[in-house]
Design a protein around this ligand. Structure first.
Ligand code: FES
Ligand code: FES
Length: 196
């Protein structure tokens, strides 16, 4: 759906959830209004309207922004992602699955912003600590105060960081510094010296 151009409006070409779109926007049109009113994408919510709560969060070129204070004209040639673009068809994003599994949704008003902010974090840092998750979410408020479950859900999607000391084939049990496996092909000498 496209708005009717007015003398002061301009066409802004951008990509929204992987689809090329042209938004007809006035200089003062906010991205939140363009997404909700022109494209019918209602996932981003209006709440504080002053870039405090994060309910309106969308990703612009992968970075979380408050769409309530972001001018639509600034979206030209950029890639916008809203919560509607998070799932792959009928398949939910891992974060969406985790939010459901951990009961990280109450009224749901903050959820789209939480999900997109978390997606940006995991893209930037696939193995964030709980402290990092909490810090990264500082711009997203949950009025239902379900923070622990939200953090649990995001932490469940974090991939463990690869070990700087790869274990030998056959598992880690019995691993000893120096590279001797738990079942060396040559039995250890009685003195306890390293084999090989
Ligand atoms: S509505 Fe945009 S930050 Fe609160
Ligand atoms: S679930 Fe209600 S505001 Fe977060």
């Amino acid at each position: 759906m496209h708005a009717t151009p007015t003398p002061s409006s301009s066409s802004v070409a951008c990509t929204v959830n992987g689809r090329a779109v042209a938004l007809e926007v006035a200089p003062q049109t906010l991205l939140l209004d363009a997404l909700r009113d022109q494209l019918g994408l209602k996932g981003a919510k209006r709440s504080c309207d002053i870039q405090v709560c994060g309910a309106c969060t969308v990703l612009v070129d992968g970075a979380p922004v408050s769409a309530c204070t972001y001018l639509a004209v600034e979206a030209g040639s950029r890639e916008i992602q809203t919560v509607e673009g998070l799932a792959d068809g009928e398949t939910l994003h891992a974060l969406q699955e985790a939010f459901i599994e951990h009961g990280a949704i109450q009224c749901g008003f903050c959820t789209s912003g939480m999900l997109l902010t978390a997606a940006a974090l995991l893209e930037e840092d696939p193995a964030p600590t709980r402290e990092r998750i909490l810090h990264y979410l500082r711009g997203n408020l949950c009025r239902c105060t379900g923070y622990q479950k939200i953090i649990d859900a995001i932490a469940a999607c974090a991939k463990p960081a690869p070990s700087p000391y790869p274990l030998p084939l056959g598992g880690g049990e019995g691993f000893r510094h120096g590279g001797a496996s738990s079942q060396p092909s040559n039995p250890s000498p009685p003195s306890g010296e390293r084999v090989g």
